[in-house]
Design a protein around this ligand. Sequence first.
Ligand code: ADE
Length: 248
Amino acid sequence: MTFAATVLTLYPEMFPGPLGVSLAGRALARGDWSLDTVQIRDFATDKHRTVDDTPAGGGAGMVLKADVLSAAIDHARAQQPDCPVLAMTPRGTPLTQARVRELAAGPGVTVLCGRFEGFDERIFAGRDVEEVSIGDIVLSGGEPAALMLLDACIRLLPGVMGAPSSGSEESFEDGLLEYPHYTRPVEWEGRTIPEVLRSGDHAKIAAWRKHKAEIDTRSRRPDLWERHVGARVPSASGARQETKDQDT
Ligand code: ADE
């Protein structure tokens, strides 16, 4: 089955961009996924093809108009009725690997990219659109965020990734960061590959990797660690939550 990506954008020339090369590019050429871009400006109704207007209440920048956006979304939905519509915005729900997995297992995605100050908020109530952020940073538009979302989905499509295990052992798959990697030379600038990785003892290596994944997650991403521990021991997490609530 082909994963259908539809991108609604004012800059269709940005696609496939980096997704036209390497793994994603070869998958596109093979037909593992398809790409359709929709020029939002084509849905403007005035002679100037206006897509934005000044923010109600004043302030800097311009806002994408709900009437133009809705026409573009309705057009894309008619083409791909089964694909969820995602709007890329820093106000959205942070994207997770779990959500990427769900999307990659589906028929495809329709991705709406904003520019300027963003979208007229009424579009989210007026249409079934999921607002998604790729992190607490502000990009100049949704296009680079859409490329990230699509890249994350495409690499999970059946047959796209070389080694089947490299998808399931990596960061975030069990709520932890991945363990660190090393390769030859054994010694580089006085630093050596950890002894255990050269031992040939697969059980010991697996135990070391699990331990490293845990301690690195705990120190680098306490937020992930909290969730991981909470998910493993629901009652302990519940108890901790109660304590926290009492403290505040
Ligand atoms: N557009 C601008 N910034 C963004 C972000 N952080 N995530 C998704 N879309 C965006």
